[in-house]
Design a protein around this ligand. Structure first.
Ligand SMILES: *[C@@H]1O[C@H](CO)[C@@H](O)[C@H](O)[C@H]1NC(C)=O
Length: 203
């Protein structure tokens, strides 16, 4: 497979991952599936790791990778190989953008999983909102979860959505890293399927 087609596969895979990350981040604004006050939403949700990092920033590498299949051999300034190399080189730069975006989302998710959600706990007769967990202590001891009485199911909501964000971010990083290698090989080896005026380049 030529490097442009392979990049296209990577680009196609990045898009559903980005959509899932945006959706997870949006759902995190509704802890336990309910609406709460702005100040009651867990702080890390506001860092927009899934929406900006794994979502919007991922659109750029995805589109560039998708475009490589058509552009990788069309040359610049009448110089076929210059254009292909430039396209592969830019795909490496955009892959780096993707790694930064997904890396941001992974770090935010890891911090959020470690810190646990903000929730309402019983404080005498009133409910006060706080972060009852620390250093991931609730991860290994689910008998601590009922400390959060409001909103119901907030701990599993928080944990599962941030876990999905973490895993998706790691997959995005892996895909972008693969494209760095693929792009380098494409640049160095001049691996190319058909050029302008030649075959259509499809495999
Ligand atoms: C788990 O949490 C409960 C409630 O806070 C506590 O009583 C118990 O000692 C904890 N168990 C472990 C193994 O830490």
């Amino acid at each position: 497979m030529c490097s442009g087609s392979f990049a296209k596969c990577l680009g196609v895979s990045l898009i559903p991952l980005a959509i899932v990350c945006v959706l997870c981040n949006i759902l995190l604004f509704f802890p336990g599936g309910t609406t709460v006050e702005k100040e009651q939403i867990t702080e890390q949700v506001w860092y927009f790791g899934g929406i900006l990092g794994s979502g919007v920033l991922m659109i750029f590498p995805a589109l560039v990778f998708l475009g490589l299949k058509n552009n990788d051999c069309c040359g610049c300034c009448g110089n076929e190989s210059c254009g292909k190399r430039f396209a592969m080189l830019s795909s490496i730069l955009f892959a780096a953008v993707g790694v930064v975006g997904a890396g941001y989302s992974v770090i935010v998710s890891a911090v959020a999983i470690n810190g646990g959600p903000q929730c309402g706990i019983k404080n005498g007769t009133v409910i006060s909102w706080t972060y009852p967990f620390e250093n991931g202590n609730y991860l290994t001891n689910s008998s601590m979860w009922p400390v959060c009485i409001e909103p119901s199911g907030v701990v599993s909501w928080h944990l599962s959505l941030f876990s999905v964000l973490l895993v998706m971010g790691l997959i995005q990083i892996a895909l972008c890293a693969v494209q760095v290698i693929n792009g380098l090989l494409g640049c160095l080896c001049g691996d190319c399927c058909g050029c302008c005026g030649g075959s259509d380049g499809s495999v």
